[in-house]
Design a protein around this ligand. Structure first.
Ligand code: AMP
Length: 502
């Protein structure tokens, strides 16, 4: 039998899971015996990398310890350690390598993995995640949206009893996602998904730091240094405030000593705009799906930050029903990914009981962004051509999908076409307000009149990565782009074999 694993590569913590021989999804503990591994990377030297708990102890204290890089996936953000530069993809590959090696100690060589990603991750962040897995030496054919994975685990845990429309509210360390899904037994259809890519526990930790810094200044007239009250410290106090009304922060720093009380009320006030942002996103996702709260059977909570009382209250206020947790919110996504990797694999790789566990699973997901291309369009008002972002794939379109639109060349003798792929969260026609994720050129033959047919095809697969083609019909010339292999910023520039990763 093959060893298949599902990995939740989280902003703050990561988890890895598999189906046991009986077909039950289970977490694979890391080498320290923990069910989750902090997504923190510490460079001990140029070639020695520590991932997890020890790295976490140094986060905020040692300048060679890095965390929260998932929030920067697909960007060119640089992290410097021992005179070398790393991008978020490279740092993620270290976390994945540690997860892989620890799991292999337990279960033997991993043959295939599925990695989860936030539903509203942009195309380049999805590709960066796939690239990180590849660098870590893993075969990853599929990625799955975190709320979809959680929904799958929820459907599995509930037996065949689920039937209706559910909201999956996923608030972890770095991102917030809300997905509306239709479930019938193990049949899961994602109807709509929205989110905020930078909203999560990490932002709440920052607010705790701000409160403590401000009170320290009031008490001592000194400015508190970052290393004297770190993100880790803030996170611990934040967790205390989920259980208690107040917490006492004791600071012993070179700038002075202080005991600072932070109340839950103060903390909740400080994050109220962030919570309001999540509430607006929930209302928006219902609107877009043409649903009212009465259409939602249940709200399912996923992600560590849903342990916060004010988050639960906010969900209850929006959906007018008590949200539901099931199992451990830190584990649900990885456990769902373990079901998904088995569902995607050849049944010959599964035990009969594992086959049974996923036999009835059927998942369909939707595009979580709009994708379009920039075209020249005649504007009746200005009496001239103007640029327009013409949407080709609508947000909410069922995946996989392939959409072709026909365009024509605009001028006589036109010898090239500027080809673009644009991404947006809303249905935006102005090219200045969308994100250009790719740009290229299609050369055309000389001497033709305007009005030559050009077909543009965008194909979007279940991994939510794109292939695009710009096709000049009469000459049969094409410019094709596979965005999952072309994106420069997503590439990891490390050779993982040059590093010892513990
Ligand atoms: P996840 O990405 O789902 O592992 O969620 C991690 C986030 O959940 C981190 O920001 C944690 O600080 C946060 N978290 C975990 N437990 C609690 C808790 N009891 N109260 C508040 N936040 C929590």
């Amino acid at each position: 039998m093959s060893n298949l694993v599902g990995i939740d590569l989280g902003t703050t913590y990561s988890a890895i899971a598999r189906l046991d021989e009986t077909g039950r999804p289970v977490i694979i503990d890391n080498s320290e015996g923990g069910n989750i591994t902090p997504s923190i990377v510490l460079f001990e030297s140029e070639s020695n990398v520590i991932v997890g708990n020890i790295a976490m102890q140094n986060f905020g204290v040692d300048k060679n310890a890095f965390g929260r890089f998932k929030r920067e996936m697909g960007t060119n953000k640089e992290y410097n350690a021992f005179n070398k530069t790393y991008n978020p993809t490279a740092l993620s590959s270290f976390v994945l390598k540690k997860m892989k090696e620890d799991a292999e100690e337990n279960i033997g060589k991993i043959s295939d993995a599925v990695v989860t990603i936030p539903a509203n991750f942009a195309n380049e962040a999805r590709e960066a995640t796939l690239a990180a897995a590849k660098t870590a030496g893993m075969s990853v054919k599929n990625i799955i949206n975190e709320p979809t994975a959680a929904a799958l685990y929820y459907a599995y845990s509930s037996g065949d009893e689920l039937n209706g429309t559910y909201a999956v509210y996923d608030l972890g360390g770095g991102t917030f996602d809300i997905s509306i899904i239709k479930v019938q037994g193990s049949d899961i259809e994602v109807i709509n998904s929205d989110g905020v890519s930078k909203l999560g526990g990490d932002d709440f930790d920052t607010k705790i730091i701000e409160i403590v810094q401000s009170k320290f200044k009031d008490q001592t007239n000194e400015t508190l240094d970052e290393e004297d009250f770190t993100k880790n410290d803030a996170e611990e106090h934040k967790k205390t405030l989920s259980a208690r009304d107040k917490t006492n922060v004791r600071i012993a720093s070179p700038k002075g000593r202080a005991t600072i009380e932070v109340t839950r009320e103060e903390f909740e006030n400080s994050i109220s705009t962030l919570i309001a942002q999540s509430e607006m996103t929930c209302e928006n996702v219902l609107d877009e799906a043409n649903l009212s709260i009465d259409d939602i059977n249940e709200v399912i909570l996923v992600g560590g930050s849903t342990r916060m009382p004010c988050v639960r209250n906010s969900v209850e206020k929006i959906f007018k029903k008590k949200p539901k947790t099931f199992g451990n919110p830190d584990e649900a996504v990885a456990l769902g990914a373990a079901l998904f990797v088995a569902y995607k694999s050849d049944p010959a790789n599964l035990t009969p009981l594992q086959q049974k566990a996923v036999a009835k699973v059927n998942i369909s997901d939707v595009a979580t962004k709009f994708f379009g291309t920039s075209i020249l369009e005649w504007n009746e008002e200005t009496n001239q051509h103007g640029m327009k972002n013409d949407i080709i794939i609508e947000k909410g379109k069922k995946l996989p999908c392939s959409v072709t639109k026909d365009y024509v060349t605009v001028s006589d003798g036109q010898t090239s076409i500027n080809c673009t792929v644009n991404e947006s969260n809303v249905e935006e026609t102005d090219p200045d307000f969308v994100k250009k994720i790719w740009e290229g050129n299609l050369q055309l033959p000389d001497g033709r009149p305007a009005g030559q047919k050009v077909n543009v095809t965008f194909s979007y697969d279940e991994n939510q990565t794109m292939k695009c083609s710009f096709h000049d019909v009469s000459s049969d010339k094409k410019t094709e782009i596979d965005l999952s292999v072309d994106n420069k910023s997503s590439k990891s520039e490390v050779n993982i074999n040059d590093f010892k990763v513990e």
